[in-house]
Design a protein around this ligand. Structure first.
Ligand SMILES: Nc1ncnc2c1ncn2[C@@H]1O[C@H](COP(=O)(O)OP(=O)(O)OP(=O)(O)O)[C@@H](O)[C@H]1O
Ligand SMILES: [Mg+2]
Length: 235
């Protein structure tokens, strides 16, 4: 009947309960298409992080089906999870940079863990750091960088694999407005290159500025959804 086959991410009547009787997500039905840029909003506790974690197979749905790149993420065995995650870039608050490794090493690790040949690692890391304006920082350690620079490194690490899906959870959390928009422009650019991008945020400046699809969650349910054709990003 519909786009389930083309969708890179599909949630079908998904509920998630961490503790009996309390639902973090309840009967959520959503599909995200290739190259889509979607913002997920809603108050604290609405279920935004939970939804991203389910897509990344970091949590399991209690009910319903989650299709991610053709795989059923809610049923995947432990052995199949790494090959799915390889195709997903994440910028999560609790996936911190490693303080004892340089910027370059932090980004390279994302490729090394999936067995990328060394020469290709070097070329790809160089390219992404240049693209994100971090080439001068490549030998620095994360703690000697500004918050915005650290966040750009996290995005470089998420994008260096050229993932089909990018999940970002409050990627502009502690940044000022100007830097937040800069970071969001980098994230939105990934969607223009065909990556399916889903960003959880409660930053109203971002919600006002960026077009595309806005999905609002409250108490674990989708309460509103709308799309605006053109964002004002990049102005
Ligand atoms: N690991 C966990 N164990 C138990 N309950 C959890 C866990 N993670 C989240 N929850 C609960 O699930 C609900 C949704 O949480 P979630 O973190 O998804 O919300 P959120 O929209 O990301 O909120 P915030 O804007 O504060 O990040 C909340 O009631 C939360 O307390
Ligand atoms: Mg959250």
């Amino acid at each position: 009947m519909h786009d389930a086959v083309r969708a890179t991410v599909g949630l079908f009547h998904v509920s998630k309960s961490y503790a009996a009787g309390h639902f973090a997500l309840r009967d959520v039905c959503l599909e995200f298409q290739r190259g889509e840029f979607a913002l997920l909003s809603g108050p604290s506790g609405a279920g935004k992080t939970t939804l991203l974690k389910l897509i990344f197979a970091a949590e399991r749905a209690s009910e319903g089906q989650i299709l991610v790149l053709g795989r059923n993420a809610s049923r995947l065995g432990a052995a199949a999870i790494p090959s799915l995650r390889r195709r997903i870039g994440v910028v999560f608050q609790d996936f911190k940079l490693m303080p004892r490794r340089t910027v370059e090493e932090n980004v390279a690790l994302a490729l090394e863990v999936v067995g990328t040949p060394r020469r290709e690692v070097r070329a790809r890391v160089f390219a992404i750091l240049k693209q994100l304006g971090l080439q001068d920082r490549r030998f620095h350690h994360p703690l000697s960088l500004s918050g915005g620079e650290q966040q750009r490194v996290a995005i470089a690490r998420a994008l260096v694999n050229e993932p089909e899906i990018l999940l970002a959870d409050e990627p502009t959390g502690n940044l000022d407005e100007e830097l937040s928009l800069e970071i969001m422009d980098l994230i939105a650019a990934a969607a223009k290159r065909g990556t399916t991008v889903i960003v959880a945020t409660h930053d109203s400046a971002i919600l006002e500025r960026y077009g595309g699809r806005h999905v609002r969650l409250e108490h674990g349910r989708v309460v509103s959804e709308h799309s605006t054709p053109a964002g004002r990003e990049g102005e």
